[in-house]
Structures are given as structure tokens and as C-alpha cells.
Ligand binder design. Structure first.
Ligand code: TYD
Length: 140
């Protein structure tokens, strides 16, 4: 899917001493990071997200455990499993996302390109699809 991408960060160390993952914001993340938040304590049967952002880029990193991320546009759809703390999922603007299958103890960290703004959210799927068709061009 063209609006998302996998980023592999370094994983320094080895099994007998443990690992360290550095993230050099200006080098490893394809935007200037303005906000960090994390999602945790999510019961296994809960699905979150159900929105897109009009003007926000994000990188999702599952620091512990695993979680599935459904990414969708009017034309493409892909589900990515995040289960390694050195793997990031880049999500560009106007991508509908749903997060589910949170494992016990899962911690999902998100690096975002802008401060929180509820007006940047598209939480209604029909409204999202209509705007996304214009944004990406082409037919539904
Ligand atoms: P939301 O993005 O809807 O969470 P999810 O997509 O994981 O279901 O955010 C949940 C609530 O938290 C919502 O009321 C907005 C608020 N919020 C902030 O205040 N600041 C933030 O940076 C984020 C991401 C959410």
C-alpha cells in the first residue's frame, strides 16, 4: 500500500545483554516529530482507531507485545502486524486505520507530525471515503 511504509530501526545488542533501539528523529522519521503518545492496557477484544487524519503523518511502534493495524484508503487495504520494538509503521495523511488484537501488555507508541487537533480527525467513514476519493483521485 503506497500511503504506508515499514521502517526498520537499529537493534543494538545481543541476547545475553539485551537490546537498544535508537531513533534519530530527523534521520529515521520522515517528518519532524511534534507529539508522542502511547496506547496501552487495551483489552484483547477491543478495536480502536476508526478514523483518518486530514493532515497528519504518524509512525507507530509496538514497544511491547503485538497489535494488528488495518490501513485503508478507497483503493487499497493492508493489515500490518507490529510485534517488534525496532519496527515502525509509517502512515501518511488520509489513511483510515483500525487497531486490534492487542496482546496482553501491548504498548503502542505513536510519533506524530503535529500537535493534537480534534478538527484534523475524520471519524465518519462515509465522510472519510468521500474526501479520500478526491484526495487520492480516481474512482471509488
Ligand atoms: P483517539 O485518537 O480517538 O484514540 P484511538 O484512535 O486510539 O481510539 O483518542 C482518544 C481520546 O484521546 C480522544 O478523546 C482524543 C484524546 N487525545 C488527546 O487528547 N491527545 C492525543 O494526542 C490523542 C492521540 C488523543
Amino acid at each position: 500500500m503506497t500511503s504506508i511504509g515499514r521502517i526498520e530501526f537499529k537493534s543494538l545488542g545481543k541476547d545475553n545483554i539485551g537490546y537498544l533501539t535508537p531513533i534519530e528523529a530527523s534521520e529515521d522519521i520522515p517528518f519532524a516529530v511534534e507529539r508522542i503518545y502511547y496506547i496501552y492496557g487495551v483489552p484483547a477484544d477491543v478495536r480502536r482507531g476508526f478514523h483518518s487524519h486530514k493532515d497528519l503523518k504518524q509512525v507507530l511502534i509496538c514497544l511491547n507485545g503485538s497489535v494488528d493495524i488495518l490501513c485503508k484508503t478507497p483503493y487499497e487495504e493492508e493489515t500490518v502486524t507490529l510485534d517488534k520494538p525496532n519496527i515502525g509503521l509509517f502512515i501518511g495523511e488520509m489513511v483510515w486505520r483500525e487497531m486490534f488484537n492487542f496482546s496482553e501488555g501491548a504498548v503502542l507508541m505513536v510519533l506524530a507530525s503535529r500537535h493534537f487537533d480534534e478538527n484534523d480527525y475524520l471519524r465518519n467513514y462515509e465522510q472519510y471515503i468521500n474526501l479520500a476519493v478526491d484526495y487520492f483521485g480516481g474512482n471509488k
